[in-house]
Design a protein around this ligand. Sequence first.
Ligand SMILES: [Zn+2]
Length: 311
Amino acid sequence: MKNFFLVAFTLYFALPAFAGQPDWCKKLPRPAYAKLVKVPIADNWFEVYKIRSGVFAIYEPHQFEEVISYLILGSDRALLFDTGMGIGNIKAVVAGLTDLPVIVLNSHTHNDHVGDNWRFDNIYAMDTDFTRDSARGSKADAQAELAPGSICGALPAGFDAKDYSTKPFHVSRWLHDGDAIALGGRTLKVIAAPGHTPDAIALLDEKNGLLFTGDSFYLGPIYLYRPETDLDAYVASMKKLAALTPHLQLLLPSHNTPVADPSYLEKVVTAIQQMQRGQIKPVAHDGNVEYEFGDFSFLMSQGARWQNGKQ
Ligand SMILES: [Zn+2]
């Protein structure tokens, strides 16, 4: 009898939590992935796609941020552009893809991009106070990533949700705008793109026409509502990135889909100008407002103000 109540209780209260997949999860896989080359790996949390020769996207489709880190190979060294959520072990995935020594560099230091930094001993970072603060680690932002509806499928075996936090990490080299990182046969140029955060960067592989855009641009809602976001800095950064368009073949963003046409950079600048002129009516979105432009949008706080516009 006791068991009957236990089973009835479990069915009634516990099952609904698993039965309904979150809406974002039902829409996966995103259509763009059908055209990409998937690399088989022995890990269920990550998916790896070969985007170009020596360029791998390491995607986390089981958490709503759908964050993407990139492994970029040279002949002497590899650079890991972001380390993801820190929910799965990205270092083990990287070890399965290359034997080269690995430098870690972050597109910016929000928790969903630095989660596994602590596992690495060679970390380059932008020389900003925001970065130094992020490197101390934190728990609140990490915990928020596990809120109901955030996970699609199973968390990795052994993952401890209660203790999940962004662990502190040690920076071995401080970088500045324009610095070049030579990997052997491939050079990556650091382009400061403050706005989303003060330490946001884009990474340019000029020879191959690749621009890794971080969170400054991706297809989907671009987050511009956090207190560390500076809208005017963001506009200036997007204009700077858009000016690179003639040299680019491909954008490699840090969320949702790992490939986008370079023409989007100009579209973002145009979209911002329309917003600044008050031509776009925002829609309410979870306490923020969203300005929609087809396959990308901007999520901003209610009281957001542009210095140079009427918004
Ligand atoms: Zn971010």
